[in-house]
Design a protein around this ligand. Structure first.
Ligand code: NAP
Length: 527
């Protein structure tokens, strides 16, 4: 018996609302069995209740004083931590992800909410700039001009299938929107509705405890192609956060563009996260390299946005030894349960296509249950890779492609041929410095994060992190969906010219009552 009674309904501005649409049930991917309860799906009229409530909540929520605002974010984190065990139990049943991975995800989810509480207290995100008046300036006096960033308005967040917590109900998109001062209407992913409901209840308790307008948060269940589309085209919604497939993300970009007033869509979609093993690194030994690669490629059944999907390996004895070590590890590995029947189905289709375009280097064995396919690594020459678009496609799951190159001088052109990526990785030693120097400017154009001598999975949540990148890894390469910079997606600058002090909002008042760091006449001033 969990402490959150699952109702199978949406939460609209603090109220439980039974949808009028056809109910659906989550499926336990380990057994293929349906999980209780059935979830009702809302219709478009019910959706408008959520978006109207979010619009009504916006004026008060976006102007909360920093301490009250930060305390709310911390309460959401505390409420989630308080129901950690029931979240993990339900999420494990709905996603097949193992408890240790989910335990880490709960900690990451509450941790990033607390990080954003710190961001709100620090005030740096308000982007305050002051150009003081210069009445004596000649030939023209200068007026007093003050700038700050304000929240955009209600944000629609689409939960990801592969991170039922950290990129879902109270995940990075919701946390950063809340930190910016934006109410959130959350469209739950249909593969983990119970997990979404437990977390939605935790957020709702925090909203009530802080006496905030209930429209600050709604969590809705409904089909993406109808209710999800209507959410994005609803005039009250001012921005969208999404993690999922390229087709889903692009459908939301198209829906936004079709609005009378288009809005930003921050969609994180598809990335193969190329890894370049340079000659010095492979000469240094292959066992650790191969073990690191296989662990990163197969972890969470490969269902990570930063999974290493393309690995460039030099030809020659050491390169062959690396491939042989990978083959041994993959052959010994068995499949882990994938997130859902449809994701396992998409994986199988992708692998069947790749089987026809590349050689199978190694295949493991099927795991237990109906949705635990055998992991696979393919191989191809660099020439074949460059000539075949199919080999550039992401296969979401435990599949990866080894690309053999002849000389390191081929790599900048190969990198140039890649699509936009979340990450690009170099394995190198000091002996590879010149080659790496030639490659890095290309990788900067291609990826949001460049890393050395590691593996791209395991994204740190911090102030310097970028989890974003050029298309198709995201729909907007100027930002990140992980880390404190994610808040920028939901803000815009406003300048106040010559307003009397009494009419200025607190962050830009000369008295600086919120103690916000500022750029005054171009010089950084801390409170
Ligand atoms: P998805 O199909 O893109 O769905 C994500 C969310 O978007 C769901 O809530 C879905 O609603 C909604 N949606 C999908 N198409 C839509 C449309 N045309 N209009 C409005 N809303 C729409 O992603 P998924 O279910 O997580 O996984 C499917 C595939 O996405 C995977 O096989 C994998 O290839 C890829 N994937 C990639 C990553 C990555 O990080 N690169 C992460 C996750 C998934 P409904 O469920 O109601 O349709």
């Amino acid at each position: 018996m969990t402490s959150t009674e699952l109702t199978g309904h949406s939460v609209i501005a603090g109220r439980t609302v039974a949808g009028t649409g056809k109910p659906f049930q989550a499926i336990d991917p380990a057994s293929g069995e349906s999980l209780e309860p059935a979830y009702s799906q809302i219709d478009v009229d019910q959706l408008h209740e959520a978006t109207a409530a979010a619009a009504a909540a916006f004026p008060s929520f976006s102007t909360l004083p920093p301490e009250k605002h930060a305390a709310f974010l911390e309460s959401v984190a505390d409420e989630i931590d308080a129901v950690r065990d029931e979240i993990i139990e339900r999420a494990a049943a709905e996603t097949g992800l193992p408890a240790p991975r989910l335990t880490g995800e709960v900690a990451r989810t509450s941790g990033q909410l607390r990080m954003f509480a710190g961001v709100v207290r620090s005030g740096l995100f308000r982007g305050v700039r002051v150009d003081l008046a210069q009445p004596e300036r000649s030939p023209m006096p200068r007026l007093d001009i003050r700038q700050r960033k304000v929240a955009l308005g209600p944000v629609a967040v689409f939960g990801a299938s592969n991170f039922p917590l950290a990129f879902s109900t109270a995940g990075g998109d919701t946390a950063s929107a809340f930190a910016a001062g934006c109410p959130v209407v959350f469209k739950a992913h249909s593969s983990h509705p119970g997990t979404s409901e437990i977390v939605a209840a935790a957020i709702t308790r925090a909203v009530k405890a802080h006496d905030l307008h209930p429209g600050v948060f709604s969590a809705i269940f409904g089909p993406g192609r109808t209710v999800g589309q209507s959410l994005v085209t609803d005039p009250a919604i001012q921005a969208v956060g999404f993690t999922g497939s390229r087709s889903g993300g692009m459908a939301l970009v198209a829906a936004s563009a079709s609005r009378e007033v288009p809005i930003p869509v921050y969609a994180e979609m598809s990335s193969v996260n190329p890894v370049f093993i340079l000659p010095g690194a492979i000469a240094d030994g292959v066992d650790e390299l191969a073990a690191g690669y296989v662990t990163s490629a197969l972890g969470s059944s490969g269902q990570l946005c930063t999974q290493p999907g393309n690995v460039f390996v030099p030809r020659g004895e050491q390169g062959d030894a690396f491939v042989a070590a990978v083959q041994r590890a993959i052959t010994a590995a068995s499949g882990l349960t994938m997130l859902s029947p449809s994701i396992a189905g998409a994986w199988r289709e992708g692998v069947a296509t790749r089987d026809e375009h590349a050689d199978v280097a190694a295949r493991g064995s099927e795991g237990e249950g109906p949705y635990a396919p055998a992991p696979v690594v393919h191989s191809a020459s660099l020439d074949r890779f460059l000539a075949d678009d199919v080999l550039h496609e992401e296969i979401f799951g435990a599949a990866s492609l080894i690309i053999r190159y002849d000389t390191v001088s081929e790599l900048p052109a190969a990198a140039e041929r890649l699509e936009g990526q979340l990450t690009a990785t170099l394995h190198l030693t000091d002996a590879d410095a010149a080659e790496a120097r030639a490659l890095i400017p290309v990788l900067e154009r291609k990826a949001g994060r460049i890393l050395a001598n590691g593996w791209p999975t395991g994204v740190e949540v911090g102030h310097a992190m970028v989890h974003g990148g050029p298309f198709p890894s995201t729909s907007d390469s100027r930002t990140t969906s992980v880390g404190s910079l994610a808040i920028e997606r939901f803000l815009r600058p406003v300048a106040y010219q010559n307003l009397p002090e009494a009419l200025l909002p607190e962050p830009v008042q000369e008295a600086n009552p919120w103690g916000v760091p500022r750029l005054v006449d171009g010089r950084i001033e801390t409170a």
